[in-house]
Ligand binder design. Structure first.
Ligand code: UDP
Length: 455
């Protein structure tokens, strides 16, 4: 069996967004550890560093993006451009990638957002597996976009925000995915297209686990007549902090770990809104004062470009950190997995990107949920109302609300229950990867299905 697998090479194509690149590289490691040779195809924009992955081959697909276009400010527009511009170059290079490989290539694996790869794979008669880097519950909502539009839930109307979405309890209209793009229809069109091309694929791999999203996964199996492989959480299959685990496009500032070492257990609020979300300067100040007034220690990631029209740190009132006497620590980018697994961290104030949500669940860290766009609103609703491992920041982003919500999660009446729920899910996330666990078994079937493509 082992010998047979070593005779195969897999081509995996990554999206250049951090939240997509990380799970794809993790999946590549998982499949490498199962004996496959790996070639990563990537755009020139945000290309991964090959030196960090000496055991993989890399192949750049010219994306034709101008300096202005190569930006994550409008991730939908960027994804549309990649889907258009990379099609021809991929078609050009695929014959040589296939013929130059000393091993046969049983299939092509690509991020769901890169829907342009499906018709190309069809042309080359190459089975395509899809990696969906988000959760299954949010995907189910994406797959129902036409129905939600037909029923008038989409586009989201301000006057209906509190209305329940009857087909998707406990979601309300305000929890439905939306995205501010230069073209208001672009997000809807992109989602419908990538769902269609998922349906045309040979199977979908999910960075989730059966016990977390069983209802959505069951429904997806009914609605899509395709193999569905929930084999996550990916990052917990790799050693924390290892080169293979870290697929960061920015350099993490590890000095925060020594600061965390000095804090009491479960005392620190870790604040990070991922790699794309941006806030206004006014919102930034409300966060700062809310954190200061909460009296809890905090570790805050202020990513360059994450505050619109401002460099960030200089927007803070002068002497802000100094006046807190060491209670606050700010970095530009954190080693997030290490931070979340640190015993000092008591809560994660997150935007509920799927990776952050999963990373928090895996460490049993309660969440303060503040979703921005796309699937984040659905993830936040599940975290707060289904898994009950967090609290949503309600209403406006305002310092009093921030202080109240932090207290609720850290020391309020319901805090223990939230923490217990989080620890319970942490156990499940770990158990599913062990021999006989759900993700363990789905990975076995994924590997054998890949090998069956080659025979
Ligand atoms: N991340 C990190 N350091 C930070 C902030 C984020 O390593 O300071 C990582 C985080 O661990 C996660 C990814 O960036 O794996 C963000 O992905 P997510 O899906 O949460 O959100 P997105 O960036 O796609 O909005």
């Amino acid at each position: 069996m082992e010998e047979e697998k070593k005779q195969h090479r897999l081509l995996l194509m990554a999206s250049p967004l951090q939240g997509h690149m990380t799970p794809l590289l993790h999946l590549a490691h998982i499949l490498f550890s199962k004996g496959f040779s790996i070639t990563i195809l990537h755009t020139l924009f945000n290309s991964p560093d090959p030196d960090s992955y000496p055991h993989f081959s890399f192949h750049a697909i010219p994306d034709g993006l101008s300096e202005a276009e190569a930006s994550t400010l409008d991730a939908v527009h960027l994804t549309d451009l990649i889907n258009t511009r990379c099609a021809h170059p991929l078609k050009e290079c695929l014959p040589s990638l296939l013929s130059d490989s000393p091993q046969p290539v049983p299939c092509f694996i690509s991020d769901a957002a890169l829907h342009f790869t499906q018709p190309i794979c069809d042309e080359f008669k190459l089975p395509r597996l899809v990696l969906r880097t988000g959760g299954a519950s949010s995907f189910l909502v994406f797959a129902s976009f036409p129905l939600l539009r037909e029923k008038g839930y989409l586009p989201v109307q301000e006057s209906r925000l509190e209305e329940p979405v009857v087909d998707f309890p406990p979601l309300k209209v305000k929890d439905l995915p939306k995205f501010q793009s230069q073209d208001p229809e672009a997000f809807y069109k992109l989602v419908c297209r990538f769902v269609e091309e998922c349906k045309a694929s040979s199977g979908v791999i999910w960075n989730t686990f059966e016990e977390l999203e069983s209802a959505a996964l069951t429904k997806l199996r009914q609605d899509f007549s395709l193999p569905i492989y929930p084999i996550g959480p990916f990052h917990k299959r790799l050693p924390t902090g290892s080169a293979s685990s870290s697929a960061s496009l920015l350099t993490p500032d590890k000095s925060c770990i020594s600061w965390l070492d000095k804090q009491e257990h479960n005392s620190v609020v870790y604040v990070s809104f991922g790699s794309i979300a941006a806030i206004s300067e006014a919102e930034f100040l409300e966060i700062a004062w809310g954190l200061a007034n909460s009296q809890q220690p905090f570790l805050w990631v202020i990513r360059p470009g994450s505050i619109r029209d401002s460099e960030g740190l200089e927007a803070l009132p002068s002497g802000f950190l100094e006046n807190l006497g060491g209670r606050g620590y700010i970095v530009k980018w954190a080693p997030q997995e290490q931070v979340l697994s640190h015993p000092a961290v008591g809560a994660f104030w997150t935007h509920n990107g799927w990776n952050s949500t999963l990373e928090s669940l895996c460490e049993g860290v309660p969440m303060i949920c503040m979703p921005f766009f796309a699937d984040q609103k659905v993830n936040a609703k599940y975290a707060s109302s289904v898994w009950k491992v967090g609290v949503q920041l309600q209403n406006k982003l305002e310092r009093g609300e921030v202080e109240k919500t932090i207290k609720k999660v850290m020391v309020g009446d319901g805090a223990k229950e939230i923490r217990d729920n989080a620890l319970n899910l942490k156990e499940k996330a770990s158990a599913c990867l062990k021999e006989g666990g759900s993700s363990y078994c789905f990975l076995d079937s994924l590997v054998s299905d890949i090998l069956s493509f080659a025979s």
